[in-house]
Design a protein around this ligand. Sequence first.
Ligand code: IP8
Length: 256
Amino acid sequence: MSEVTILKIGGSVLTDKREEGKLNQDRITKIAKEIASSDVQNLILIHGAGSFGHPIAKKFGLDASGKQNYAGAALTHEMVKELNKIIVKELVEDGVAAMPVHPMSCAISSKGRLKEIMTAQIELMTDNDVVPVIHGDVVMDLEWGTSILSGDQIVLHLAQRLKAKRVGVGTDVDGVIDGEGRIIASITPKTFSNIKPLLTTPKSVDVTGEMSGKVSELVRLAKAGIQSYVFNASKKGNITAFLRGNIDFGTVIRSD
Ligand code: IP8
């Protein structure tokens, strides 16, 4: 298979995180159009859960501690699937051959860490110019019964497994921001330990750790020799620039 580009778009971009189950339809429309007009080959799209996943997961106690509630897990899965359906539909209407991929049906975690995700169907999709649209989800867990799987972990896993040539994580801020509101231009595994304490968001509704969780996954990826970018996906033109390899904004996470 040819080298893939992996783009994750955060739930904070696609939904209104202040209200459960509320979309940010304008952004979804804008982003789908940018993806449709970029003509990028071998794209894998991953999206976060936003207000379709985090509030409901929190309500049922499904966080990183491994607490169990199967009915709550099923309802959370249904709700993130709903967001996925809306995004796939929007892309298809704009002429992108997009197809849903639900981790609950093809991935397994252990103590909250992704162990396995079936990639044969994802590879077949990209080989056939289809864009797989994967999402943060609830998955079966070898130790805990079920656990929350963030889209950021899926980025890490697929980028390594499929040897991605370009990896980007789009958020609703201009990159990774330091304690004084400045964009951090680059992060390496060495510099991350000093930066990490600046990124935690107390009392967040986000069950997967917001920016700190995201950058931790990307630092793991950098350790494996794959560089990635965190950038503002809600600004017009940024997704197009990333997909075309013209990114000179946001934060780069690299190995040294
Ligand atoms: O928004 C979380 O995925 P993320 C998935 O990518 C759920 O962290 C179900 C909350």
